[in-house]
Design a protein. Structure first.
Length: 138
């Protein structure tokens, strides 16, 4: 991910401050320390693959209008929460730019197949022997 995208995201971000429910005691009731960062992901102009990954990563943090909502309230000060929200935004964007690793297909060898079938047969025998005995077993 390039620094330009991060700067653009920070420039597009709208911050609002709420009275958070985090630490701070009485101060939390009087001062709006919780930060809500709102970034429109359509305005970021991302590549389609990165955009799709970002949409998947955002999950419920994404609104119908395409706004990514990030909240931070773990700190006692507004500035610390503001920094935490920006770090969260950077982490999400960084994760969206990382392509998932391709899964290498594996094959079970002949011995493995035989062992699996043998264990299935043994398990089936155990299950077949359960239950009520028939009259012929007396």
């Amino acid at each position: 991910m390039d620094e330009d995208l991060l700067n653009r995201a920070h420039a597009l971000a709208e911050e609002s401050f709420l009275a958070g429910s985090g630490p701070g005691g009485q101060n939390a009731n009087k001062v709006a320390t919780e930060v809500q960062l709102r970034v429109n992901i359509y305005a970021l102009r991302l590549e389609p693959t990165v955009f799709a990954r970002l949409r998947d990563l955002a999950g419920s943090k994404l609104t119908a209008a395409g706004d990514l909502l990030i909240t931070a309230r773990q700190h006692r000060t507004q500035e610390a929460n503001r920094q935490a929200a920006r770090v969260k935004l950077a982490e999400i964007l960084e994760a969206a730019h990382r392509a998932p690793k391709k899964r290498a297909k594996t094959r079970v060898n002949r011995v493995g197949k035989v062992q699996r079938l043998k264990s299935k047969k043994a398990r089936g025998t155990i299950k077949a022997n359960r239950g009520k005995p028939s009259r012929s077993d007396w």
